[in-house]
Design a protein around this ligand. Structure first.
Ligand SMILES: Cc1ncc(C[n+]2csc(CCOP(=O)(O)OP(=O)(O)O)c2C)c(N)n1
Ligand SMILES: [Mg+2]
Length: 619
């Protein structure tokens, strides 16, 4: 083995070792030379049509695989991707953003180069990115570059947030030592101080044993913190009534009898709220925020009785906060020590509803009736299978998807706070790609055919405990959102990624109509011939290997017929099912949620009054 390697080869080898098997991005100055090193490192080049979609796709890939990479041009490319990186930061997705920077001599000479602002300042974009990434590396020195790369990648994985690497063109083929490549990057989570952790564990266990009405809420950061398995075990072992937030949906096995759907405060099911508010212990795992800034600000039943498990801290009762305690080993120790005989038992068990039974209790839909938002999300759940990756875009899909009844071993991606529409179309391309890469690497008949001996196959993501992959990625997206990033379909087709899209065509921005301007022209959009998109984007409509299936359903009868079709169920290629729904139809939860938003927009801070009044004011 040679002792030296080109710097770009070092970087891509490290990425491959960490599990990046496909890389997203767009060529352009000053990254072209670096792109030549991608394939030799055993990484597949996706080649997106634009950087924003590439960034969204990298985010989706990272949420499934535990790491992803994106490469863009300096200035123009990186700024196009910055919305995606902001979202990855906010929602904890591990994306390595590599920027091909101008050669150092030109930077030092403050040359007036294209893709710069022309003022000789080459730091400005890095400064912007420093605010949206957890670590940065500017690879200007061969002596320090390997350790800078290693440290940056380590932070990306451990903090599950984006990082930023600048690779000046003249550095690409500079030689660096291969010494560290022989050892994997150390990804071990720091140990907790023994005595301190013991005290924590005993305190939390004492609170659990003393409680009379405990409740578990699993939130969306659970996956990013790598504690999916621990959360699932806690739910199973304690048998405590459990909910997730919409961001955390799909993380724990939703077939457990003690799983009761989404808890969403004032926007959720009302039968549930008084019970939740009278709980004397709420264990919140991986909360998005400690202040409960979502679900209409009412998603924490009672902060006084809440124990929040964050990445590096535990907050008890909203007052007592322990920092520098790593949640994974802490939860593991709690699970190891838990004495089941001391756990409080519900007798009788509260009637909190069971999503599966609610689905079974639905009256059969009338074939010729319009497809309604109130029951669509439950009814479509019968199509889901173990191993599916399901995405719901902001708009009626993300709210409606709260009612999905998920089989075990499924992953749901739902935006928790960034809510940038169009994200899910790119993310679904990335997730489908990650799923394909995982299936490929899990198959023992597919040994890694890598020309670079330093790249070794890596196990799939530590983020999820999902071990079954169906090969299907299923996206629910509104017409307005699809129009934002439609070119992403081209990336999916180009890479022959299996993807099923349920396009909710309700003729515009329905969620916005409910917030403000029900019939206002700014909530209308240009109606597209959506089902012609594959043709426009150059899909081979005759292909057997990558079949393109497009269908439209205007009523329940048509929808049931479509989803029963073999080619739709198999979903081997690109499948688009256009689902027509009413412009002014929305799930009940959305009506309540936006009523809260409308109240706040008008300056109100008090508790919910009449929902209808607020809606009327909003419309
Ligand atoms: C990048 C971005 N621009 C604008 C918005 C504001 N916005 C939120 S939802 C929405 C409409 C979504 O419409 P559609 O996808 O058709 O879903 P629907 O509610 O109609 O089902 C808009 C414009 C946003 N969240 N993100
Ligand atoms: Mg719409």
């Amino acid at each position: 083995m040679s002792e030296q390697i080109d710097l770009a080869a070092y970087l891509f080898t490290r990425l491959r070792q960490l599990g990046v098997e496909s890389i997203h991005g767009v060529p352009g100055d000053y990254n072209l030379q670096a792109l030549d090193y991608i394939e030799p490192a055993g990484i597949n080049w996706i080649g997106n049509a634009n950087e924003l979609n590439a960034g969204y796709a990298a985010d989706g890939y990272g949420r499934i695989k535990g790491i992803s990479a994106l490469i863009t041009a300096f200035g123009v490319g990186e700024l196009s991707a910055i919305n995606a990186i902001g979202g990855a930061y906010a929602e904890m997705s591990p994306v390595v953003h590599i920027v091909g920077a101008p050669p150092l001599p030109a930077q030092n000479a403050r040359a007036c180069l294209h893709h710069s602002l022309g003022d000789g300042n080459f730091r400005i974009f890095a400064e912007m990115y420093a605010k949206l990434t957890v670590a940065q590396a500017n690879l200007t020195d061969t002596a320090t570059a390997p350790s800078m790369i290693d440290n940056t990648l380590r932070q990306c994985v451990l903090q599950s947030r984006p990082v930023y690497i600048e690779l000046p063109t003249n550095m690409v083929s500079q030689k660096v030592s291969t010494r560290s490549l022989k050892f994997p990057i150390d990804l071990t989570i720091p140990h907790n101080d023994e005595g301190f952790e013991d005290a924590e564990v005993e305190l939390i266990l004492a609170r659990i044993y003393a409680s009379k009405q405990p409740f578990i809420i699993v939130d969306g950061f659970t996956a990013a913190l790598g504690i999916t398995a621990e959360a699932d075990e806690l739910v199973r072992v304690t048998g405590f009534p459990t909910s997730t937030t919409s961001f955390g949906k799909g993380i724990v096995n939703e077939t457990y009898p003690n799983f009761h759907g989404i808890y969403a405060g004032e926007a959720g099911k009302q039968v549930y709220r008084p019970w939740a508010e009278s709980c004397d212990l709420i264990l919140r795992i991986g909360p998005l925020s400690s202040k409960g800034g979502k679900g209409g600000f009412t998603t924490i039943p009672n902060p006084k009785y809440t124990i929040d498990f964050h990445r590096n801290s535990v907050e008890i009762g909203g007052t007592n906060s322990f920092t520098n305690v790593h949640v994974k080993p802490l939860l593991r120790k709690i699970l190891n020590r838990i004495d089941k005989s001391k756990l409080p038992r519900y007798d009788p068990y509260p009637d909190l509803g069971n999503p599966r039974q609610q689905l079974e209790a639905l009256a059969p839909a009338q074939s010729d009736s319009a497809i309604d938002q109130e029951t669509f999300w439950q009814r479509i759940s019968t199509c889901f299978r173990e191993g599916d990756i399901i995405l719901t875009e902001t708009g009626t899909p993300s709210i409606g998807g709260r009612d999905f009844v998920l089989p075990p071993q499924t992953t749901l991606i739902n935006s928790g706070i960034w809510l940038s529409i169009g994200y899910m179309l790119g993310a679904s391309q990335g997730a489908a790609c990650a799923q394909r890469d995982i299936i490929h690497s899990l198959n023992p008949t597919n040994p890694p055919s890598l020309s670079n001996p330093l790249t070794t196959p890596t196990p799939p993501s530590p983020r999820s405990s999902q071990r079954t992959f169906s090969g299907r990625t299923i996206l629910f997206i509104g017409d307005g959102s699809l129009q934002m990033t439609a070119q992403s379909l081209s990336d999916t087709i180009r890479n022959k990624l299996p993807l099923t899209i349920f396009l909710i065509n309700n003729d515009g921005y329905t969620i916005e109509r409910f917030i403000h301007g029900m019939r206002a022209p700014y909530n209308d959009i240009q109606p597209w011939n959506y089902l012609l998109a594959p043709q426009y984007f150059g899909a081979d409509l005759e292909s057997v290997e990558y079949p393109v299936v497009t269908r439209c359903a205007k009523n329940w009868g048509e929808l049931f017929e479509v989803v029963e079709q073999k080619e739709v169920r198999e979903s081997k290629g690109l499948t688009i099912v256009e689902v027509r729904m009413g412009r002014e139809d929305a799930p009940d939860a959305l009506v309540k949620l936006v009523a809260g938003a409308a109240r706040r927009n008008s300056g109100a801070t008090g508790p919910a009054g009449s929902e209808e009044k607020a809606i009327k004011a909003a419309g």
